[in-house]
Design a protein around this ligand. Sequence first.
Ligand code: GUN
Length: 282
Amino acid sequence: MSAQIIDGKKVAKGIRGDLKEEVAKLKTDGIAPHLAVILVGDDPASKTYVSMKEKTANKIGMESTVKRLPSDVSEEELLQLIKELNENDSVHGILVQLPLPHHINENKVINSIDPDKDVDSFHPINVGNLVAGKKKFTPCTPAGIMKLLESINCEINGKNAVIVGRSNIVGKPISLLLLEQNATVSICHSRTKDLSAMTKEADILIVAVGKPEFVTGKMIKPGAVVIDVGVNRIEGELIGDVEFDSAKEAASHITPVPGGVGPMTITMLLNNTIEAAKAWKN
Ligand code: GUN
């Protein structure tokens, strides 16, 4: 058996088409959804991600502002900029690209963003709302994963979902979203005793550990849906956390890297910015 490939590019493109229409409609109501992105320093990967966010926002007709700050900017100056963006009524979404230079306290920065403009959904108020099942924004990568599962009509109710990786950005929030839809959820991590025994129980397997080709076909239950969140740059090539060639022989559906989860993340960020703009209106 060879798995069906889940085409993240195609799913993302479809959603962006809907978002473009929504932006146009909001503009006729006098609301121009506006995303502000702050980039500190000149990390090449961060620069690429930020310019992709800006380009994609503009493609769907959304306003975008990128504030570029030098790597030696003080924490105070950064907090002052966030304060100004919080108070600017024309800005609906604020994103500070991570990681930040070591002299800046990341938590302090995230906590300073107005939770109503926190389109990453990293602020503790938004994290708490997600845990309580009362979310305003859904964190972007987990939201994208849920859309990919929806695109293949993946049944979640009552299924075993196993997540490899416990990060705040992916592992923890995706576990809550799957739990909300009545999956039986297990979260595995570096101290998990018998990882393979766990992953082999998964009807839905989400891998987000940041280790190239960490999960192999032998670890996958035949017919499982496999979502690979990994983006590992090896000698200029992007490699996932799942060994694609062996995994696709076991899985029923699998995301490729690149072209799986990646294209969904920015799309869901734009979706959150539109949600923020709509809430601003009311
Ligand atoms: N750096 C890598 N991924 C992300 C993300 O989802 N949001 C932000 N703000 N920074 C990131």
